[in-house]
Design a protein around this ligand. Structure first.
Ligand code: FE2
Length: 280
């Protein structure tokens, strides 16, 4: 799947872009299914927001239950001062998460197959385990910023093995909020750990290493169909989307079953919905 040169670049940089990994028809099918999920979504009385500004504060039953569901979350800026949506529901959703890859046949088909399985093995994931899927809308005008973080914060294991598969479903540009990364930053420490105890979560500070400053951030502008893979320790962020175009992306978070998945991670799976790999 990967060339020796690509594998070396991944080790060096902590990320790799694979253009044209998904074709237009696969993307269209996933988008259409996502739209159906949004159309069917009836918001609960307490509007579920997603923001990374204070993730511990916004954790509630709806969020915790989404570990094994296909749940919609609103953009933080979707509502006016009276708590009413400022625009249509379909233009107000921040993301759908976090188990569509195991619950929905269209998402399942997009998330698995021989090419992804081969890629995972080339990246060192001998026993890939798909813990989470997210369909991220990054809506025009109100798409929220996601500040510097490392995905291993949410998927701890010993040793750390989580790898992010980030599929661009639309062109990601500077204007609509593409990803920014610290090239090679995966060789640094894990700074924070998101720990769940029952229905409570806390953010544990592990290391005082500061987040990179903006001068050392590299923007990853990619075309629709590109798959970005990156190491769980790679610091990354994305800016708010103030453009008139969305920046749709789909992500999978995958660990290696040979590593010990932390029992304190917020997503756990039981026998009713066991964690699976990339094989169909
Ligand atoms: Fe992330």
């Amino acid at each position: 799947m990967l060339t020796t040169e690509q594998m070396a670049r991944y080790q060096q940089d902590g990320f790799l872009a694979l253009p044209d990994f998904k074709g237009p028809s696969e993307i269209a099918a996933l988008r259409a299914r996502a739209q159906q999920l949004v159309d069917a979504f009836v918001p609960p009385s307490s509007k579920p927001l997603f923001t990374t500004k204070d993730q511990v504060r916004t954790v509630d039953r709806y969020f915790l239950d989404s570990a094994t569901r296909s749940s919609c979350f609103f953009e933080e800026e979707a509502f006016d001062a009276q708590g009413q949506l400022k625009q249509a529901k379909a233009l107000s959703i921040n993301k759908i998460g976090h188990a569509m890859h195991d619950l929905d046949p269209v998402f399942d088909a997009f998330s698995r197959g021989p090419a992804l399985d081969a890629l995972a093995h080339d990246l060192g994931l001998e026993q890939p385990q798909l813990w989470q899927s997210m369909l991220i809308f990054k809506q025009p005008g109100i798409g929220g910023e996601v500040g510097w973080h490392q995905d291993a914060t949410f998927f701890d294991s010993t040793p750390i093995s989580v790898t992010t598969f980030w599929f661009a479903l639309e062109d990601a540009t500077l204007e609509n909020g593409c990803l920014w990364v610290q090239q090679g930053g995966h060789r640094g420490p894990l700074r924070e750990r998101f720990v769940r105890q029952g229905d409570r979560v806390t953010m544990e500070k592990l290391d005082a290493t500061p987040w990179p400053d903006s001068r050392s951030a590299l923007p990853l502008e990619v075309k629709a169909g590109t798959l970005l893979v990156f190491h769980g320790l790679l610091p990354h962020y994305s800016a708010a989307n103030r453009s008139d175009r969305s920046r749709l992306a789909y992500t999978l978070h995958v660990t290696d079953g040979r590593t010990a998945y932390a029992p304190s991670n917020w997503i756990q799976r039981g026998a009713d919905l066991p964690v699976r790999g990339f094989a169909c």
